[in-house]
Design a protein around this ligand. Structure first.
Ligand SMILES: Cc1cc2nc3c(=O)[nH]c(=O)nc-3n(C[C@H](O)[C@H](O)[C@H](O)COP(=O)(O)O)c2cc1C
Length: 328
């Protein structure tokens, strides 16, 4: 008698997510700026294995970013001062987005701007592009400095955040959700989240890097040419968990409309991802870990699925924010 091997029990966990109408088979995404625009990672795995591929934030015009050196190692993470280097929206849609579309990737396009009007312009040109069918959502990176306001970060100011979101929303079809990417470098992230959601954000991505600095103690000068930079990696995960927790708590209290949260910050393993999900994230991005292990965005997804199975859960969605119900 022949026996058919039972299908791997882990496949029984439903990992699909619905992010403000954006239906994805997996919660796993790359983090903006950490996986270039797709080609580099496609050598390691099929991009369709991801829930969505998140592109580097694109601005209206080409930019060369900040001077070098641009990276410094830190305990449990890294500091980068890349600046928003990129090809500009025209070349991005013609080359990168077209390539991602041809390769069947679901794409969450990250957009940035020096003014609210630039964000709106980038969104409008994206919506008008030929490969727009690949776009499952837009991440609005309001955590970059506002050039018009001498380096102020939009997401440090609720009014500036609202202005960007209210100008971007009408440029995109209503069925394409937009996610405001927030910075943890604020006193009260819930106030900024509130302003962004009221102005039209369908969801939130948390967190961007924290502002940090490294000094070369041999040369006794700043290690990156931009002087300060963004801290990322495992060191920032507790900050991401806290930001997601506070925002989800505000939704549970009725202080903030219920919107999906995409968690990002220091995720290297399935257990790290589970921490963000238990705090309230419905999907998870992997950034810095992909520099060391390009497979990390999909590996973490498999580890998360196995962990959920081990714990007896059959749906990822049942675990989103579960830690709020289990407070000691
Ligand atoms: C080299 C580098 C470049 C980044 N560029 C962007 C970017 O263009 N837009 C953006 O929204 N976030 C950018 N980020 C932030 C990441 O998307 C992510 O929010 C942050 O690194 C925390 O996640 P991690 O600890 O998994 O890296 C960048 C991060 C790094 C390390």
């Amino acid at each position: 008698m022949t026996t058919t091997a039972a299908p791997a029990a882990t496949t029984a966990v439903d990992m699909s997510v619905d992010l403000a109408g954006m239906r994805l088979p997996s919660p796993m995404m790359t983090a903006s700026g950490c996986a270039a625009n797709g080609k580099e990672l496609a050598r390691f795995f099929d991009l369709r294995e991801l829930g969505a591929f998140v592109t580097k934030s694109v601005m209206a015009d080409p930019r060369s970013g900040r001077g070098t050196p641009r990276m410094a190692e830190t305990p449990s993470g890294m500091l980068n001062s890349i600046g928003l280097q990129g090809p500009g929206i025209t070349a991005f849609v013609e080359q990168d987005l077209a390539w991602l579309h041809e390769n069947g990737a679901r794409v969450l396009v990250s957009i940035a701007g020096g003014t609210s009007a630039e964000f709106a312009d980038v969104a409008a040109r994206l919506a008008a592009s030929e490969a727009f069918a690949a776009v499952v959502g837009v991440e609005v990176n309001i955590s970059c400095p506002n050039v018009a306001n001498r380096g102020l970060v939009f997401a440090c100011d609720p009014a500036a955040s609202a202005d960007v979101l209210s100008q971007v929303r009408p440029q995109l079809p209503p069925e394409v959700p937009i996610f405001a990417k927030l910075t943890p470098d604020v006193t009260d992230i819930v106030t900024v989240a509130q302003a962004a959601v009221e102005a039209g954000a369908d969801g939130l991505t948390m967190i961007n890097t924290l502002l940090g600095m490294v000094i070369d103690t041999d040369l006794l000068r700043p290690q990156v040419a931009g002087v300060t930079g963004g801290l990322s990696g495992p060191a920032v995960r507790p900050v991401a968990v806290r930001a997601i927790w506070q925002t989800r708590a505000a939704m549970r209290d009725g202080r903030l409309p219920e919107v999906p949260v995409i968690g990002v910050g220091g995720v290297r393993t399935g257990r790290d991802a589970l921490e963000l999900v238990a705090a309230g994230a419905s999907a998870v991005q992997v950034g810095t870990a992909a520099f060391n292990d390009p497979n990390a965005p999909v590996r973490v997804g498999r580890e998360l699925r196995d962990l959920l199975h081990e714990k007896g859960f059959s749906r990822l969605s049942d675990v989103v924010g579960i830690a709020h119900e289990r407070m000691a």
